[in-house]
Design a protein around this ligand. Structure first.
Ligand code: HEC
Length: 177
């Protein structure tokens, strides 16, 4: 009789430790302490907060490859200078880029008669006589960030190419006069 009770208790003990093992818990009295450490290096590594780097960059730091753009289009127009001097070659390259990227909405002449303007909102006629005179920084910024309706092209058109397009926009405006 006594031995049968003992066997039953032993059975419960084995069952309990199997449950603990299956659940992956130590079942010790101290909840912070596990009986066995699986892969101790990982368990003991310095805890990092999620989404954080080991070293926090100093306040206001930017990546070495960052291009710092002016915050507003007015700033861009005032402070950004086209580093590429106007030339026939710059215009030719600007034209080729315009014809690749801008033509569907703005049209080949810049008069907003692009082929998709029957379904897509018409952009302003940027070669119209009453269109304000803008400096290259304005066009650079518009190409980089787009507008309320115009898509941004900063990811697809390099800064150099944006300056070439700015030259060509002036050519289109001169041609429309
Ligand atoms: C998918 C159509 C679309 C394409 C492609 C497009 N634009 Fe536009 N663009 C617009 C629309 C619409 C506007 C009107 C402003 C707004 O609300 O975004 C605009 C406005 C402009 C303006 C006038 C901004 C102003 O306020 O006077 C310029 C300059 C311009 N685009 C240049 C370009 C250049 C350069 C390209 C090619 C790199 C280009 N756009 C490609 C649709 C387009």
């Amino acid at each position: 009789m006594a031995s049968r009770v003992y066997l039953k208790l032993a059975g419960l003990g084995i069952a309990a430790s199997m449950i603990c093992a299956m659940a992956g818990i130590g079942c010790t009295k101290n909840p912070d302490q596990t009986k066995m450490q699986y892969v101790p290096d990982m368990a003991d590594s310095a805890a990092l907060k999620s989404q954080r780097d080991f070293l926090q960059p100093p306040e206001g730091a930017v990546t070495r490859t960052a291009i710092l753009y002016p915050a507003t289009i007015e700033d861009a127009e005032k402070n950004l200078q086209n580093p590429i001097p106007p030339s026939a070659e710059a215009s030719a390259q600007g034209k080729s880029l315009w014809n690749k990227f801008c033509i569907p909405c703005h049209g080949s002449a810049g008069d907003s008669n692009g082929s998709i303007t029957d379904v897509y909102p018409k952009p302003p006629n940027i070669v119209a006589k009453d269109y304000p005179v803008h400096k290259d920084g304005f066009f650079f910024y518009t190409i980089t960030f787009g507008g309320a309706l115009m898509p941004s092209y900063g990811h697809a058109i390099s800064p150099e190419e944006r300056w070439l397009i700015a030259h060509y926009i002036h050519d289109l405006q001169r041609m429309a006069k």
